[in-house]
Design a protein around this ligand. Sequence first.
Ligand code: 5GP
Length: 183
Amino acid sequence: MKNFYVISGSSGVGKGTVIKEFLRRNPNFRLSISCTTRGMREGEVDGVNYFFLNREEFQNCIKNNEFLEWAEFSGNFYGTKREFVEKCLENDENLILEIDTKGALQVQSLMDNAVLIFIAPPSVQELEKRLRGRHTETEEAIQKRLNSIKLEIENSKHFDYKIINDTVENAVKELERIILEKA
Ligand code: 5GP
């Protein structure tokens, strides 16, 4: 079966920017839309950035086995619908999942055609600076996200590739090189 790409990286590492630029240059790739119970941020649109569910709706999807993977991250639930991924692969689409490392490892254990790519910050100090610079989270939320970095780096040891996001340009080029090589 066709390969698809699972991209993870710590909060604030700039993976969103790298993926957005990759998609701009490679419009034949599609980004999976996840479900989440977290609140909508300013500028986000339901059904575009995420499918925003309440906890009960999310629990029902878990019960009905609708998720390929799901994980709790920073006190909220996030999950990828199984049907979404299966439909894309059946239609021969080029698919990217942007999910946390716990979810990525679940996908790796379930599907042989998943290629796992970890986007790492040049340093943890740099990451903290970027996270604070976003001004989207409270101090408590920032602390939670910083605490999860250790686990993410540990999980990333099982990934197929690691990209250091020193500059967006370098990271996008590296992502293109990996994906073209595995296509
Ligand atoms: P954010 O709240 O900043 O949009 O995302 C927080 C974390 O949740 C990020 O690491 C992001 O990659 C991850 N995430 C987004 N969607 C999913 C998903 O469907 N499954 C899992 N496991 N993680 C997700």
